[in-house]
Structures are given as C-alpha cells and as structure tokens.
Design a protein around this ligand. Sequence first.
Ligand SMILES: C[S@@+](CC[C@H](N)C(=O)[O-])C[C@H]1O[C@@H](n2cnc3c(N)ncnc32)[C@H](O)[C@@H]1O
Length: 212
Amino acid sequence: MSKKEQETLNLYHKFYASRQLEKVSLFQVFQEKINANSVIYPGSFVHLSPAFVFPNVVLIDANQNAKRYFESADYKSLIDRNKRYPQKSSFQFFGQDYKTIIDSLVGQFDLILSFYAGYISGPCKSYIRQGGYLLVNDSHGDAGLANLDPDYQLVATINESMNEYEWNELNLNKYFTPKKPLPISMDYLLSFGKGLQYQEMASYYLFQYLGS
Ligand SMILES: C[S@@+](CC[C@H](N)C(=O)[O-])C[C@H]1O[C@@H](n2cnc3c(N)ncnc32)[C@H](O)[C@@H]1O
C-alpha cells in the first residue's frame, strides 16, 4: 500500500479521533433530549461519528480526500464497533456539492448538522422534515443566518467545555445581538463569511424547522 493510500485510510483517526473532535457526547446530549433517527450532514468531510449515535446517517462532501476515504476505508466496521443503538446502521456518503439537492432525500431527516462548512441552513433546508432540527455552530456565520431565516426558530443552545455539553432552553432572546451596531441582514452575513461577535454566544445553536 502506498503512503498516500495509508494516509487516506487514516483520515478519520487523524482529523477526529486522535484530536478528540468526534463530538459523540454532543450528539448523545441531543439524542437524550430529542430522539432523532435520521441525520444529514452536508460539508461533513469524513466526520462519520454521528453514525455512532443516530441509526440513519447521510454525509455529503465534495472534498477529493473524503471521496477516496469512503471508497477505500472500512468505515462500516468502525461504525459497527462504536454504535450505541441496537439496530443495524444505515449510512451513506455522497461525494458532491451540497448545494445540488438529492431529490430522493428531500424531507427525510429529523436533524441536519452544520459545522464549519459555510451556508448550509438555507440551501439544504429542504432535507429537514417539518418540525425537524438544525444543529449549527457559528464559525462560518450559519447560526446567525438561520436566526434571520423565518423558517427556523431557536429552541436551545449548547455550551461546550472540555468535551462536556450543557443544554439550555432559557432566555434565548439574548443571543444574536451584535456587540457593535451593524446593519445585519442575510446579505451582510453572507458577504462577511464568518460569525459575528455577539453580546451572548453559545458553542452550538439548535433551531426547529418551521417550513414545509
Ligand atoms: C472545515 S471542513 C469541516 C468538516 C466538518 N464539518 C467538521 O466539522 O469537522 C469543511 C468541509 O466542507 C466541505 N464543503 C464546503 N463547501 C462545500 C460544498 N458546497 N459542497 C460540499 N462540500 C463542501 C469541504 O469539502 C470540507 O470538507
């Protein structure tokens, strides 16, 4: 096996397991509060650990190394060894642009994940079933964008400290007030390309999808 092939097989371990960035406890905290079966994760890279907690998971990413990983690594055994639910895991990876909607998956998901991968809450919202959820951080401004989108309502925040996650449903209207007076709009946030500094901030934001 070439060095390149070895590196490909090791991608999940290198980027997630060895750096303690799997976020399994985050997904478990969500699962204890809101029982989700099906989860879609656009801009996932090889972050497959949602499949350790949720039985039906779809990942989408256009990155060539992610595509190679899912073509060659034994990720199914990794999921089977780590899954926390009794039923068989259903897992799919789509190596493509997440803005190109996969018609057969529309309206199929209880939860969509958006972490560090751009504006997902808008282009990918049709994947969420009505009443489903968006779990998002604001690194690329996607939480701020969801907050301005009438199809979403903020229902909880989750703060992370040393891989411990604290769930909060109180005083949610304190979030998304900018530190400096700014002409905040979706266009402004999209042109800014990253999260703004708000007076109160959380590690993760949970929105409920009100659209249809
Ligand atoms: C910084 S990584 C974050 C990966 C993962 N979400 C995480 O939190 O570890 C951003 C990923 O988003 C993917 N990405 C960005 N824009 C995309 C698009 N339009 N379609 C598909 N993948 C995209 C990139 O290929 C990359 O793998």
